[in-house]
Ligand binder design. Structure first.
Ligand SMILES: CC(C)(COP(=O)(O)OP(=O)(O)OC[C@H]1O[C@@H](n2cnc3c(N)ncnc32)[C@H](O)[C@@H]1OP(=O)(O)O)[C@@H](O)C(=O)NCCC(=O)NCCS
Length: 217
């Protein structure tokens, strides 16, 4: 039986990850090879790839931030330094999820769960306080004519509406703590907006320093 594995991303994975992104996002530009090399260079332990056997089927990219620097407002370009992760700050205690995606042919097979579990494992091992992300809201496009993004998110949280991304993140134990307006203009399905979501590390110990484990997770 073919096995699902998750490991840290290496440069050889880049072409397959970019190919996946191109297939998944009709309106959002895929990473460039240089952006992905920069991300691996800035924070190798935070970049994950999911494989079925040796086939690349998903990816998740993250960096560490001082959340107070970004909490008031930020865009995707600002927090990721235009996808280079030059904004990665090892002094921070927040793992910031910049991207997650799964091959459409394998959705619902727990690949996204395995990538999120890799992030949670990193968070626990590094003694980070939490994971924060701004999530896409692709279900919004079908309702945008009738309600603003805040009402849409409330209705998803109330269970009146389903969103393919926020639904997954809630199932993964994240809480939604607001909406980040004008996060990524290219993401027309989400109206350019995003949810603001958080997962708190139950093992976080504020008396101990952050310790990013070296090498692969
Ligand atoms: C969001 C995404 C990563 C989810 O990946 P996935 O591999 O299909 O998700 P999984 O199969 O791992 O789902 C994990 C759990 O969430 C549940 N789930 C998934 N989508 C759900 C939804 N829309 N609503 C409720 N639950 C959902 C699954 O049933 C599963 O539950 P289980 O623990 O009982 O088995 C994937 O749909 C994707 O790549 N979307 C396009 C890219 C994108 O927009 N990424 C988000 C960037 S912010």
């Amino acid at each position: 039986m073919t096995k699902l594995t998750v490991r840290n991303t290496i440069p050889a994975d880049i072409p397959a990850l970019i190919d996946l992104q191109r297939r998944i996002y009709p309106t959002i530009k895929a990473w460039t090879p240089q952006q992905m090399l920069d991300q691996i260079d800035a924070f190798p332990t935070g970049q994950f790839v999911a494989l079925y056997g040796d086939r690349v089927v998903g990816g998740a990219s993250s960096l560490v931030v001082l959340w107070d620097d970004w909490a008031d407002e930020h865009t995707w370009e600002q927090v990721t330094a235009f996808g280079t992760f030059e904004s990665h700050n090892p002094e921070g205690r927040t793992l910031y999820g910049a991207e997650v995606f799964v091959d459409p042919r394998l959705r619902g097979q727990r690949v996204g769960h395995a990538l999120y579990e890799a992030r949670r494992t990193l968070c626990r091992r590094a003694n980070l306080r939490r994971i924060i992300a701004c999530g896409r809201l692709p279900g919004y496009q079908a309702h945008a004519a009738r309600m603003d993004i805040e009402e849409y998110v409330r209705r998803v949280l109330w269970g009146d509406l389903q969103d393919p991304v926020l639904g997954f993140q809630l199932k993964e134990g994240f809480r939604c703590c607001g909406v980040t307006r004008d996060y990524l203009a290219e993401d027309s399905a989400s109206g350019g907006h995003a949810s603001l979501i958080v997962w708190l590390n139950p093992h976080f110990d504020s008396t101990r320093p952050t310790r990013i484990p070296p090498g692969a997770i």
